[in-house]
Design a protein around this ligand. Structure first.
Ligand code: PHE
Length: 476
């Protein structure tokens, strides 16, 4: 047992700061941009239900496992897994999970930064009065103009990457703590205001029905085209995407939360922290959906319009609500901050590992890593314009879509599965019991059951389901 191990990157000043930082990582574009648009694409209620089940049965237990390993190892995910494996007599190969996480973090950041760049562009659009009195058509044009311009997308992608690197270079704790404590509550308030507007002016009832009426047949269907002439095929893709999104939105499966866990004070309760983080994250996603769908329906937009959904719907609300100029500006500023505090955690595992293993300065490592992610990101930016054509697609997906699919739906759940297996079958019960120090035996047993059986089996089943279906359809 090694209780004396210390992180070379410093520690959170309290458990509360860890919770705030982890909420900063979890709440981001995934909640406000991605959750509504994939819910729209995959048909609403049934998708939301599976997503919520995955959060509860898979996400929460795995988040506890990640924090636990991080805190026990007190190092970057790669080294934390290595140390804990060694201590518990498990194979050192487990640290490969950390490497795959680092890779996933780079890939995600390389498109996350492009979308965060859209939010930045909208801040300036709002300040310049570009969102005043916009009609649904105009909102659509504004969005198309932005994503159609490689120059603009690359510019904002660059600005956002510099912002991310600037924070990571200094160490995650400085600055982040204060910014997140003020801005996260502000984001909550802002979302409540938007839901209030959607309630008064949007088609609220239809939005609520769309999000919460469960039609299970939609879980095995992928549809495209306008609502009245839809073209649907059988697929279990929605299931895979709902599970993948549970990982993405909670920042799980790639070591982000594990890296933050390495800086958690010894006696802090991991269970309580996890519930707070997952609860806040889920609340933000549901609020974002309740703000967006009523406006989508009231303005005659398609819920399945894809990644542009948020950017095409909310400006309509800002354009017509009293004080919309200020609300619009503030909303996009807060969205940028939410994305910022998430992007930092995407690259932290890589930086922490390089600092530990090479002994290089944080600033140097952060700059190097940032340049790599920025270069990879060029492909994501061009996926929306110059490289959107079929000749640039792989498996029918643009590079942006491919990176998103591969990371969220395959790499993160696979990482999560391996972390669950590591805890339950590699490191073992004794270590977990010791580190979690849950006083109530029943609670520990419940978690142990989830992490040992339920989470891995659920992930494996979703994977098998999908491959099985592909085979049945003769695709693979
Ligand atoms: N959870 C973040 C979001 O919802 C994205 C993220 C994924 C951050 C994985 C870190 C790791 O926007």
């Amino acid at each position: 047992m090694n209780k004396a191990r210390e992180s070379v990157h410093g520690m959170w000043s309290s458990r509360w700061v860890f919770i705030i930082a982890a909420i900063g990582s979890a709440v981001g574009l995934g909640n406000i941009w991605k959750f509504p648009y994939i819910t729209g694409e995959y048909g609403g209620g049934a998708f939301v239900l599976v997503y919520l089940l995955c959060i509860a049965m898979v996400g929460i237990p795995i988040m506890m496992a990640e924090i636990l390993v991080g805190r026990r190892g007190r190092a970057s995910p790669i080294n934390a897994m290595r140390y804990v494996a060694k201590e518990e007599g498990a194979s050192r190969a487990w640290c490969l999970v950390g490497f795959s996480g680092v890779l996933a973090g780079f890939l995600i950041l390389s498109y996350y930064s492009v979308i965060a760049g859209w939010a930045l562009a909208y801040v300036f659009q709002a300040i310049g009065g570009g969102l005043n009195d916009v009609s649904p058509e105009r909102a659509g044009e504004l969005f198309d103009d932005l994503v159609g311009s490689p120059g603009q997308l690359l510019f904002w992608h660059t600005v956002f990457m510099i912002m991310t690197i600037a924070v990571v270079a200094r160490g995650v704790r400085d600055g982040l703590e204060r910014a997140v404590t003020i801005l996260m509550p502000a984001l909550f308030v802002m979302l409540f205001v938007m839901v209030g507007y959607a309630y008064l002016e949007g088609d609220f009832a239809r939005g609520v029905h769309f999000m919460f009426d469960v039609d299970f047949s939609k879980l095995f269907q992928v549809c495209s085209g306008p609502a009245d002439a839809q073209d649907c095929r059988v697929s279990s893709e929605p299931l895979l995407v709902a599970m993948g999104h549970a990982f993405f939105t909670l920042s799980l499966g790639m070591g982000a939360i594990m890296a933050y866990g390495a800086y958690v004070p010894d006696r802090a309760s991991i269970t309580g922290a996890t519930i707070a983080i997952a609860g806040a994250d889920t609340l933000v996603a549901l609020l974002a959906g309740l703000a967006i769908f009523p406006i989508v329906f009231a303005s005659g937009l398609e819920p399945s319009s894809g990644p542009g959904l948020l950017f095409q719907s909310l400006p309509i609300a800002f354009g017509s609500m009293p004080g919309g100029y200020w609300f619009g500006t503030l909303f996009f500023v807060l969205l940028v901050f939410a994305a910022w505090s998430s992007s930092i955690s995407l690259i932290e595992p890589a930086i922490a590992w390089l600092v530990e293993s090479r002994g290089w300065r944080r600033a140097t490592v952060a700059t190097l890593a940032g340049v790599c992610a920025w270069l990879l990101g060029i492909a994501s930016a061009l996926s929306f314009n110059l490289w959107s054509g079929e000749e640039y697609q792989i498996l029918g997906k643009t590079l942006f879509e491919l990176k998103d699919f591969l990371t969220s739906n395959i790499m993160l759940p696979l990482g999560g599965l391996l972390i669950a297996l590591f805890i339950a079958h590699g490191a073992g019960r004794h270590m977990a019991l010791n580190e979690l120090s849950i006083s109530r035996q029943r609670l520990f047993n419940a978690w142990w059951f989830l992490i040992r059986y339920v989470s891995p089996i659920a992930i494996a089943l979703v994977f098998l389901q999908v491959t099985g279906l592909l085979e049945a359809l003769g695709v693979a």
